[in-house]
Design a protein around this ligand. Structure first.
Ligand code: HEM
Length: 466
C-alpha cells in the first residue's frame, strides 16, 4: 500500500475533464452548451465557492457545494425540496398518459408508499441472494472475451452496457424477455439517447405538443417497453395462478408480491410496470458507466490495476462477501465515481423560503446539487482532479464528509439500488481483473453529461489474457 500511496502522490494520474470557464456564458451560449454537454457550463467559481446564487435560464438558482447546506436540503429540510420540474420533464419524456409514476419521479404520498413497499426488496441480504447469478453473467461475458485471442480490441463501454443488461435481465425478470433481448437493447439505447439531452423547450417549459428532437423516438421506445412489460406481467400472473411452484424468485415477483408494511396494500399493475421500467432506466446505464470509467482509470494506473487484480485473484468464494473483502478494488471504484459520478447532477425546487449558509432562498428557487462539482471542489478535496484511490482506503475513507461524496445521493431519496449497484460492480470487476489485463487505446475519453456521465465516443481497450 505504501508504494501505491507514494506512486499516486508523486505523479497521480489526472484524467481529462473540460476546463472550467473563466467567465459565465451568455443566455444563447448556455442553451447551446446545455444541449451539448451541461458540465461545460460550470465556471471556475463553481469549483471554488461553497454557494452560488443568482438568476439562470430556469429562474432563480442556487448551486450548493457546502456539505452542511447539502445535508440541510437532502435530509433536515428534505420535505421542502421536491424534485424540480425540469428534471421531471426530461425523465418523463415519452411516458404515455395514464402510465404510473416510478419511484424516481414520484412525489408526496405516492413516493412514500412506493418507497416503503419496495425497500424490503433492496436490503443487503436480499441483494446478496442475487450475487451468484450476477457472477454467472459476469463470468459468461469474460468467457466470451477470452475465446478471442490475446490482443483483441474490446469496446469496453458497449461491453459494460451488455453485462449490466445481462445482470438486470436475470435478476429483474429471469430473462423472460429473452426473445426480445435485441429489441430491448435497441429500444433502451434509443430511449436513453433521446431523453438524455436537455432540450431548450424543456428549459423554458414550452407546451408539450411542440416537437423536441428525438422525443418521437423516445415515445416509440416507451410504447415498446410498455408493451413488453405488460406481456411480461401477464405471463407472470398466469404462472402465479397456474404453477406457483415454478414462479422465479426475482425482483419482478418481489414487486408483484410486495405490500406496504404500514397498510398492507400492494402495488397496482400500472405501478409494478412503472417501477420495473424505472429500475431498468435508473439501474442499467448508471452502473455500466461507473464500470467503464473504473476500468479506464485502472487501465491508466498499472500499479492500482495490479493491486486490485491481486485482491480479485484471492477473493473469498462467496461473491455476496466481495463488497467488503477487497478494500483496494472498492476504493478504486469509489474514487472512479468521485471523478466521474454516473449521476453528475441532482436538482430540487424550494417549496417555501429557506436559508442556505447565509443566503436567503426564495420559494421556487432551483437548488442544484451537482456531484460533478462537489467531487471536484477545491475546498473539499486535496488534488481534486487526480485519481487517488488511497483516499477511500480504510483509515482514510472515514475522514470523508458524508455530504462531500454523493454518487448515490443522500437522505430519504438516496438511491434505492446502491447496494445492488455496488455488489454488481465488485462482481463484474473481479471477474474481469482475475482473468484479463486491459490497456486503454486512443485518445483520453471526454466526459459528456447526458443524465448519466458517459465517455464521448468509444472506450476501446486491448485485452491480454492472464
Ligand atoms: C452506480 C450505479 C448507480 C448510481 C450512481 C445511482 C445514483 C442515483 C442517485 C444519485 C439517485 C438520487 C437522485 C436524486 O436524489 O435526485 C438515485 C436514485 C434512484 N436509483 Fe440509483 N443509481 C445507481 C444504480 C441503481 C440501480 C442498480 C437501481 C435499481 C435496480 C437504481 C434505482 C434508483 C431509484 C429507483 C432511485 C429513486 C429513489 C427515490 O427517489 O426514492 N439505481 N440513484
Amino acid at each position: 500500500m505504501d508504494d501505491l500511496k507514494s506512486e499516486s502522490l508523486r505523479k497521480p494520474f489526472v484524467p481529462f475533464a473540460p476546463a472550467p470557464r473563466v467567465k459565465p456564458l451568455g443566455k444563447i451560449g448556455q442553451i447551446f452548451v446545455l444541449a451539448r454537454n451541461p458540465i461545460e457550463t460550470w465556471t471556475q467559481a463553481h469549483y471554488e465557492l461553497p454557494l452560488l446564487a443568482g438568476p439562470s435560464l430556469v429562474g432563480e438558482m442556487i448551486v450548493v457545494n457546502q456539505p452542511e447546506a447539502i445535508r440541510h436540503v437532502l435530509v433536515e429540510n428534505a420535505a421542502n425540496y421536491q424534485k424540480d420540474p425540469l428534471q421531471q420533464r426530461i425523465l418523463e419524456a415519452g411516458t404515455s398518459e395514464g402510465s404510473g409514476l416510478g419511484l424516481l419521479s414520484a412525489e408526496g404520498d405516492l413516493w412514500k408508499r412506493t418507497r416503503r413497499t419496495l425497500a424490503p426488496s433492496f436490503t443487503p441480504r436480499r441483494v446478496g441472494a442475487f450475487a451468484p447469478v450476477m457472477l454467472e453473467r459476469a463470468e459468461a461475458r469474460v468467457d466470451r472475451w477470452v475465446k478471442r485471442r490475446s490482443g483483441a480490441i474490446l469496446e469496453i463501454d458497449r461491453e459494460m452496457i451488455g453485462v449490466t443488461y445481462d445482470i438486470l435481465s436475470a435478476t429483474l425478470f429471469s430473462d423472460a424477455l429473452a426473445e426480445d433481448a435485441a429489441g430491448f437493447e435497441r429500444e433502451l439505447a434509443a430511449l436513453l439517447n433521446a431523453i438524455g439531452r436537455v432540450h431548450p423547450f424543456d428549459i423554458f417549459d414550452a407546451p408539450k405538443w411542440l416537437p423536441r428532437f428525438g422525443r418521437h423516438r423516445a415515445r416509440q421506445s416507451r410504447l415498446w417497453f410498455e408493451g413488453a412489460i405488460s406481456r411480461l406481467i401477464g405471463h407472470r400472473l398466469a404462472l402465479m395462478r397456474e404453477q406457483p411452484e415454478e414462479v422465479p424468485d426475482d425482483l419482478l415477483t418481489a414487486l408483484m408480491k410486495a405490500s406496504d408494511p404500514e397498510t398492507g396494500t400492494g402495488l397496482t399493475q400500472a405501478e409494478v410496470s412503472a417501477n420495473l421500467f424505472t429500475f431498468i432506466a435508473a439501474g442499467h446505464e448508471t452502473t455500466a458507466r461507473a464500470l467503464g470509467w473504473t476500468l479506464y482509470l485502472l487501465a491508466r494506473t498499472p500499479k492500482w490495476w495490479e493491486k486490485c487484480a491481486e485482491e480479485a485473484r484471492n477473493a473469498p468464494e462467496d461473491p455476496a462477501q466481495w463488497l467488503d473483502a477487497m478494500p483496494a478494488l472498492r476504493a478504486a471504484f469509489e474514487e472512479s465515481m468521485r471523478l466521474f459520478p454516473p449521476v453528475p447532477m441532482m436538482s430540487r425546487i424550494a417549496g417555501a423560503g429557506d436559508v442556505l449558509g447565509d443566503i436567503p432562498v426564495a420559494k421556487g428557487t432551483i437548488v442544484v446539487i451537482a456531484p460533478w462539482l462537489i467531487h471536484r471542489h477545491s475546498l473539499l478535496w486535496d488534488q481534486p482532479a487526480a485519481f487517488m484511490p488511497e483516499r477511500f482506503m480504510p483509515g482514510e475513507r472515514e475522514k470523508i464528509d458524508r455530504f462531500a461524496y454523493l454518487p448515490f445521493g443522500a437522505g430519504p431519496r438516496v438511491c434505492i439500488g446502491a447496494v445492488f449497484a455496488q455488489m454488481e460492480a465488485m462482481i463484474v470487476l473481479t471477474s474481469i481483473l482475475r482473468r484479463v489485463r486491459l490497456t486503454h487505446l486512443g485518445e483520453e475519453p471526454r466526459p459528456v453529461h447526458r443524465i448519466t456521465l458517459r465517455p464521448e465516443g468509444r472506450l476501446a481497450m486491448k485485452m491480454e489474457i492472464r
